[in-house]
Ligand binder design. Structure first.
Ligand code: PRT
Ligand code: ZN
Length: 211
């Protein structure tokens, strides 16, 4: 029996995901052009997918576990369990407005248009604050929305802040801190859980060695 792991096919989490497996002593041939690859020295099969699809695959048990950003886990709201924080892919999901805009607090957003790729997380934030605003879902280049008059504010992932800066925006609210996490199917068979425990033991050892 093999544990099936879904990781990002290419993108910001791919290299760190592969590196973590390597540091755990698990050899996986890099399958950038393949859908899956077998580890040669651990009962593990790795699926290479778009990050957005990983929670669904894990909920459906097509994959037993996955490495994916918390931002995607919360946005997709699938029935999966977060088993471990992986310590890479750190970023934050923040609201930003035009640099010259006065921002007295979240109430500023009432009645405004907010462009984002994270409508679920943003509407939850607005609901918690008791604010009504219009959410415009767009899939990419969110940071240009205020400049072209599509929105008054945006909500997007930030790491260094340079994308916001270059687009004349300032960060005014952080609504989620995110990093890559290990998610698992909620009904994992005991044999699979044992394999996962072996993997988690190694991941924890890697983390300790780094501290
Ligand atoms: O193709 P696929 O769907 O798999 O990939 P993707 O394009 O959806 O995702 P990708 O590879 O861009 O990001 C994968 C994950 O990396 C995200 O879901 C986050 O969990 C994590 N991550 C960490 C980031 C960033 N940091 C980040 N800075 N994801 C995106 N960004 C973008 C952000 O959207 C903005 O455009 O980088 C820009 C901001 O960066 P700074 O440094 O200018 O602030
Ligand atoms: Zn994606």
């Amino acid at each position: 029996m093999k544990l099936k792991l879904a990781i990002q096919k290419s993108g910001r989490l791919h290299d760190d995901s592969m590196r973590l497996l390597k540091e755990c002593g698990i050899d996986v041939s890099n399958g950038v052009n393949k859908l899956k690859a077998d580890a040669s020295n651990f009962p593990l099969e790795v699926y290479f997918l778009r990050d957005d699809d990983i929670p669904q695959y894990v909920e459906d048990a097509v994959a037993d576990i996955g490495f994916v950003g918390e931002n995607v886990v919360y946005e997709k709201a699938k029935k999966v369990a977060v088993a471990h924080e992986l310590g890479f892919g750190k970023c934050r999901l923040s609201i930003a407005v035009h640099r010259n805009e006065d921002y007295p607090g979240a109430q500023y957003l009432a009645g405004k248009k907010i462009a984002t790729s994270y409508p679920v997380i943003v509407s939850r934030f607005l609901k918690e604050k008791g604010i009504e605003a219009e959410i415009h879902e767009i899939s990419g280049s969110v940071e240009i929305a205020p400049g072209i008059g599509l929105a008054d504010a945006i909500c997007d992932l930030v790491s260094s802040g340079s994308t916001l800066f270059m687009n004349g925006l300032k960060e005014v609210e952080t609504i989620l801190q995110s990093q890559a996490v290990l998610i698992k199917n909620q009904g994992l068979a005991p044999e699979k859980q044992q394999l996962l425990d072996r993997l988690l033991f190694r991941i924890q050892a890697v983390k300790k060695a780094k501290n």
